[in-house]
Design a protein around this ligand. Structure first.
Ligand SMILES: [Zn+2]
Length: 78
């Protein structure tokens, strides 16, 4: 299998289970935009919509640097 690389941080992304978050929450346009450009592979959670399903947690390829950047971004914009 080919390694999955984060094109922002140039490091290998690792497969991790991502928690599903249910319910409606505010769409943060600024966060969404930053996410696409600055930390596309943070995958802090997956939106599961409003209905609870018993799906297994999905696996995504996570970039640890993206996660750090998202945390830093959140801290800055609070
Ligand atoms: Zn990254």
């Amino acid at each position: 299998m080919k390694e999955k690389i984060c094109e922002v941080h140039k490091i290998v992304r690792k497969p991790m289970k991502i928690p599903i978050r249910y319910g409606l929450f505010e769409v943060d346009a600024e966060l969404n935009e930053a996410r696409q450009i600055l930390f596309p592979y943070a995958f802090t959670f997956v939106s599961g919509g409003c209905e609870i399903q018993d799906d297994e947690e999905p696996t995504e390829f996570v970039c640890e640097e993206c996660r750090k950047d998202e945390a830093g971004w959140r801290a800055l914009t609070k």
